[in-house]
Design a binder for this molecule. Structure first.
Ligand code: PLP
Length: 404
């Protein structure tokens, strides 16, 4: 069974204090803490294996290459990709999204073609499309949401025209916690001859994501949000699409042959991986994915769902509380404001109690506008978050509230 006390021992940072109080870390949507084995895997690789991958004939280089390519197989298994050629390593979700916005647009889009994104997207899934729009005259259309924070599927379907080529949506909103019906959205996109990209930054850490089951054409996620290191991420893409997309960056690793007249590119996925990859990061990411797989994604999901529900109930009872995002099954994120306390004040005072939350626009300014606020406070949970920590948050908010 899922023993939270044992699990917490895997994360040394959780035992530390801030301002002489036990740390209550509730900023997991921004980044998660790392289990000991992930950090140790990195230290061990630097101490015992380190050598550049792919290019060397020597022992260490081959060992590092084996770890790096084994990591790709681990990722492919974790998200149920049909083949490891569909797994491109990037620096994170943001780079994965920029890669698609650049290379997919060059391969498949023309002036006047339409890309659908939703009102609840992170800036990382908005700005790359605006850059592509400036470059080639794309049209960006925005899928609205209901007041509960659910994707408006009726409006979604009505946005399609013969020019709609791609849909790009968050699997889980990093503010509202809404789990979007991406399978259904993929079916609708495909019926209209469009492709769909799912931003899995906030889903992959929380429940099992199967790219074949959800029927997406692309999936993006970040290692650091799924208990892995910073600086490593993944772009999954269907092989037939990646094959037709041009390289995103040029340089070592991604070439087959170079002359001054002409260059040919490596096979997938290397065509998209210019330069020395973060091979220590890929290995450590695989260790993190093995770690959560061992705990069981279903156990993690069950734990976090119960915790989210508990937090929503407890927080709703605080006078003056406004909760954003009340969709059924919402996951691991609670965004809120209390009375007219500025979220920055709330966050700063909670910090003094040892409670780390995030405040501001959460890189989703259009969503803030939709909700009619400048900013929100946000508590976000992870596999190691306890009910006692939610209680500490609720008591902390109540204490701060009474100061105003
Ligand atoms: N998309 C969503 C939904 C996110 O929550 C985040 C990070 O908060 C990102 C994209 C960007 O991720 P990264 O900063 O790791 O590239």
């Amino acid at each position: 069974m899922y023993d939270i006390d044992t699990v917490r021992q895997d994360f040394p940072i959780l035992a530390r204090e801030v301002y002489g109080r036990p740390l209550v870390y509730l900023d997991n949507a921004a980044t998660t803490q790392k289990p000991r084995e992930v950090v140790e895997a990195m230290v061990q690789e630097y101490y015992e294996v380190n050598a550049n991958v792919h290019r060397g004939v020597h022992y260490l280089s081959q060992q590092a290459t084996d770890l790096h390519e084994e990591a790709r197989r681990t990722v492919a298994r974790f998200i149920h990709a049909a083949s490891e050629a569909e797994v491109v390593f990037t620096r994170g979700t943001t780079e994965s999204l920029n890669l698609v916005a650049d290379a997919y647009s060059r391969a498949f889009l023309h002036e006047g073609d339409e890309v659908l994104i939703s009102v609840m997207e992170h800036h990382s899934n908005i700005v790359p499309w605006q850059l592509a729009r400036e470059r080639m005259g794309l049209v960006i259309k925005v899928i609205p949401m209901t007041d509960e924070g659910e994707m408006d599927l009726q409006a979604y379907e009505q946005l399609f025209t013969p020019r709609t080529k791609l849909v790009c949506v968050a699997h889980v909103s990093n503010v509202l916690g809404t789990v979007n019906p991406v399978r259904k959205m993929a079916d609708i996109a495909h019926e209209h001859g469009a492709h769909i990209l799912v931003d899995g930054a906030q889903s992959v850490p929380h429940f099992s994501v199967d790219v074949q089951e959800i029927g997406c054409d692309f999936l993006t996620f970040s290692g650091h949000k799924v208990y892995g290191p910073t600086g490593i991420g993944v772009l999954y893409g269907r092989e037939a699409l990646l094959e037709r997309m041009p390289p995103y960056q040029g340089g070592g690793e991604m070439i087959a042959r170079v002359s001054f007249e002409h260059t040919t590119y490596e096979r997938l996925p290397f065509k998209f991986e210019a330069g020395t990859p973060d091979y220590v990061g890929t290995h450590a990411l695989a260790v993190a994915l093995d770690y959560v797989s061992r705990l069981g994604m279903d156990h993690i999901h069950h734990h976090e769902q119960a915790l989210t529900q508990y937090a929503m109930e407890q927080m709703a009872a605080i006078p003056g509380m406004h909760l954003y995002g009340t969709a059924p099954g919402k996951d691991a994120v609670v965004a809120f404001n209390v009375g007219d306390i500025h979220p920055l004040d709330l966050g700063t005072l909670l910090d003094r109690l040892g409670i780390a939350i995030r405040t501001g626009h959460h890189c989703a300014q259009p969503l803030m506008q939709r909700c009619g606020v400048e900013g929100m406070a946000r508590a976000s949970f992870a596999l190691y978050t306890t009910r006692a920590e939610v209680d500490a948050l609720v008591q902390g908010i109540d204490r701060v509230r009474k100061m105003f």
